[in-house]
Ligand binder design. Sequence first.
Ligand code: UDP
Ligand code: MG
Length: 151
Amino acid sequence: MSTKEQTYIMVKPDGVQRGLVGEIIARFEKRGFKLVAMKLVHATTEHLEKHYADLKGKPFFPGLIKYMASGPVVAMVWEGLDAVKTGRVMLGATNPLASAPGTIRGDYALAVGRNICHGSDAVDSAQKEIALWFPEGLVQYSNAMEGWVFE
Ligand code: UDP
Ligand code: MG
């Protein structure tokens, strides 16, 4: 059964520098997801090491942290039916060369180390990432299009 979820989506520094913020937001908006938090942040190394704690020890970890700390990111929380899984499908495969055209990475990226966006991989990791990036909490409001998107 599909459930209403929240997922953490982030435009990485290369996505910001390449002017893809609006494009990525537009895809989530047009799909019908509700934006419940958003900010532009230049994250510290310590913060990024917490975000990617599960990958500590991987050979690409130091390069990943350097890349993610190289400029600001756009941190967002999107809400809707199956937001976590659907968000991952919209992003495409981790390696953009394996991402289908029509996905964000499949349309705009080529290299795994410059794959322009992040999306939570499970409901529990989404909750952890949302708490890490938005300790101040999310924004509560009712969305006028809700009745047109959900039964
Ligand atoms: N990454 C990398 N080399 C690899 C695997 C991953 O540089 O061989 C980077 C890539 O930017 C990826 C991030 O590390 O998005 C996190 O890896 P993960 O396996 O969690 O992929 P994701 O969840 O982002 O698809
Ligand atoms: Mg991941």
